[in-house]
Ligand binder design. Structure first.
Ligand code: ZN
Length: 210
């Protein structure tokens, strides 16, 4: 493989908390590694090992000798280096905007498609949004006043507050800190080692298709 094609190999980026946030081409991953904004995460015999770029260059010789087929190699005139499969950001996440927009999709995602009154999970098409304090009583659109509700619960509650309707929220509605699922653009899983980091994300992605 030429250096030009391998530089576009896909690398999974995790945030500091080991959640998948994005897949980037290798050249982007190397830029982050050069800036020491990320470290390489390598899963070896079930253990997570981390490397800075220089350590990774040091182990290249061993990898080349003992497991050349395990890696995709970036071959430059002066050096040969394995393309990491996973990197982890060391700085605060540049990919994730701090503000999550108040949208139907993000609300469904926060509530995990569960009716916040009966606690049952529904498909997006069978869920509605409920104003906890109804609009007629001055309740507005906000993270703390909008929740997912199934048709049945929403109808039962009508234009009343939960207290007036003698209904209870299963959790206090909150504003999510960030929304990784929306940022993630994933094709097929490229490497087995990505799997454990992506299962969560896949689950969330399913929810946002409304
Ligand atoms: Zn319900």
């Amino acid at each position: 493989m030429s250096a030009i094609s391998t530089i576009d190999e896909k690398v999974l980026v995790l945030n500091r908390g080991y959640s998948a946030v994005r897949i980037v081409p290798a050249r982007h991953a190397f830029t982050l590694l050069c800036r020491e904004a990320a470290e390489i995460l390598s899963i070896e015999n079930g253990n997570y090992l981390t490397y800075g770029l220089h350590d990774w260059m040091d182990v290249a010789k061993l990898q080349k000798e003992f497991e050349p087929e395990k890696h995709t190699w970036l071959r430059l005139p002066s050096l040969e280096i394995a393309i990491p499969k996973i990197i982890r950001l060391l700085t605060y996440d540049k990919f994730v905007k701090p503000e999550v927009r108040l949208t139907r999709r993000n609300l469904f995602s926060r509530d995990k498609n569960k009716c916040q009154y009966c606690g049952k999970r529904f498909s997006a098409t069978d869920l509605t949004l409920d104003h906890v304090v109804p609009r007629v009583q001055g309740g507005g659109n906000s993270w703390s006043n909008l929740v997912c509700a199934c048709m049945k619960c929403n109808t039962k509650k009508g234009g009343r507050t939960p207290r007036q309707a003698s209904m209870q929220l299963i959790q206090k509605p909150f504003k999510p800190l960030h929304c990784e699922a929306r940022k993630l653009r994933i094709g097929p899983i490229q490497y087995k080692s990505w799997k454990s980091f992506l299962q969560n994300a896949y689950w969330s992605i399913e929810l946002v298709e409304d």
